[in-house]
Design a protein around this ligand. Structure first.
Ligand SMILES: O=C(O)C(=O)C[C@]1(C(=O)O)C=C[C@@H](O)C=C1
Length: 291
C-alpha cells in the first residue's frame, strides 16, 4: 500500500504516517493539496495530512482543500507530540543565524523563543519543516537556521542550536487519514476511541441558528470534541461548521441529528466516521487532552 505525505523525508507528517501505517510505502509530496490529489488520482491509496495543532489551531489548507476541492472520506486520525528544534549546518558552528526558515505553523509554535532570542533575525516560510532542514543542508556556506524535528536533524546531518524551542510543553498535532471509500485500509490497533465529522451549512443567518444546531447534539447527549467555522467562500459572513462527535456513526443518534438539521434547512454531510490513534513518545510526559 502507498501512503502520500507532506515531504520531504523528516517531516512531522512522515512521523504520523509511519506511526499510522508502519508497513506501507511512504511517498513524499511538496504540498498538502498534492498529497490529497495523489489519492484522488489513485497514485496512492491513502494520505496523511495535518489538521490541527495545540498551539496554532487548525490547518486551514487541509480543511479548505478537503471541503472545497477533493471531498475524500476521513478514515482515521492520529495525534503525535511535536518537539521543535533550531538546527544549523555544522560548518556554521558558533555563528548567529541571519535567517530562520520553517513551516508557518512551526514558526508560530516558537514565537516567544524567536522573540526573546532572535528578535532581529528574519523568518521565512517553507512548505514544511523538513524542506527547511534540507535547504540548510544544501547551503552549508550560509548562516541560515531551520526549525524542524529530531528526525530531520539526523536525516540532513544538522547541529542543534536550540533544543525543544516550542513555547508550550503540551504541543501536539493531529493528522487525518484520507482514502477513497472503496479502499480497504488496514488500520492500526485502536487505542483512543472514535470520531464522526459532520459538515453543517446554515440555510441563512438568523438569530439562534447555531444554538438550534448545537441543541440537536445536546439533547441526544452526543459529546462534541471540536467545532470549527470556515468561510464558504461565497460572501462575507457565510460560514460552514465542521463538528466532531466523539463516537462512531450509529443507526439512531447521528442519523437523528442529520434529519433534524435537514428539517431546519441546514445542509449536513458526514465527512467520515473513524478510529483515533494517539502516538505517545515515551520520553515526553505530556499527552493531548482529546483525540
Ligand atoms: O512541516 C512539517 O513537518 C509538517 O508535517 C507540517 C506541520 C503542520 O502543517 O502543522 C505539522 C506538524 C507541526 O505542527 C508543524 C508543521
Amino acid at each position: 500500500m502507498k501512503v502520500s505525505y507532506l515531504g520531504p523525508v523528516g517531516t512531522f507528517t512522515e512521523m504520523a504516517a509511519k506511526a499510522f501505517f508502519p508497513l506501507s510505502d511512504r511517498v513524499p509530496f511538496k504540498t498538502i493539496p498534492a498529497c490529497i490529489e495523489a489519492v484522488a488520482e489513485e497514485a496512492c491509496d491513502a494520505c496523511v495530512v495535518p489538521i490541527e495543532n495545540t498551539i496554532e489551531g487548525s490547518v486551514n489548507m487541509t480543511i479548505d482543500y478537503l471541503v472545497h476541492k477533493q471531498r475524500l472520506p476521513i478514515m482515521g486520525t492520529i495525534t503525535i507530540p511535536i518537539a521543535q528544534h533550531l538546527l544549523m549546518h555544522p560548518k556554521q558552528a558558533g555563528k548567529t543565524p541571519k535567517k530562520i526558515i520553517s513551516h508557518p505553523h512551526a514558526i508560530a509554535q516558537c514565537h516567544d523563543y524567536l522573540q526573546s532570542e532572535y528578535s532581529l533575525v528574519d523568518t521565512e516560510f517553507m512548505n514544511s519543516t523538513a524542506e527547511a532542514a534540507q535547504m540548510v543542508a544544501n547551503h552549508p556556506d550560509q548562516p541560515i537556521a531551520a526549525i524542524a524535528n529530531e528526525l530531520a536533524a539526523s536525516e540532513y546531518e544538522l547541529d542543534f542550536v536550540g533544543y525543544d524551542i516550542h513555547d508550550y510543553n503540551n504541543n501536539h498535532t493531529r493528522f487525518i487519514v484520507l482514502a477513497k471509500e472503496e479502499t480497504k485500509l488496514k488500520l492500526p490497533a485502536l487505542n483512543s476511541g472514535y470520531k464522526t465529522t459532520l459538515m453543517v451549512t446554515l440555510p441563512s443567518d438568523y438569530s439562534g441558528a447555531l444554538h438550534q444546531v448545537l441543541s440537536a447534539f445536546a439533547w441526544r447527549k452526543l459529546n462534541l470534541s471540536k467545532i470549527e467555522s470556515r468561510p464558504t467562500k461565497t460572501g462575507l459572513g457565510n460560514y460552514f461548521f465542521l463538528i466532531d462527535v466523539d463516537q462512531l456513526q450509529d443507526d439512531v443518534l447521528i442519523p437523528g441529528v442529520k434529519s433534524e438539521l435537514e428539517a431546519l434547512g441546514c445542509g449536513v454531510d458526514i465527512l467520515g466516521s473513524y478510529p483515533c490513534v494517539h502516538y505517545q513518545d515515551q520520553s515526553k510526559k505530556t499527552s493531548p487532552t482529546s483525540c
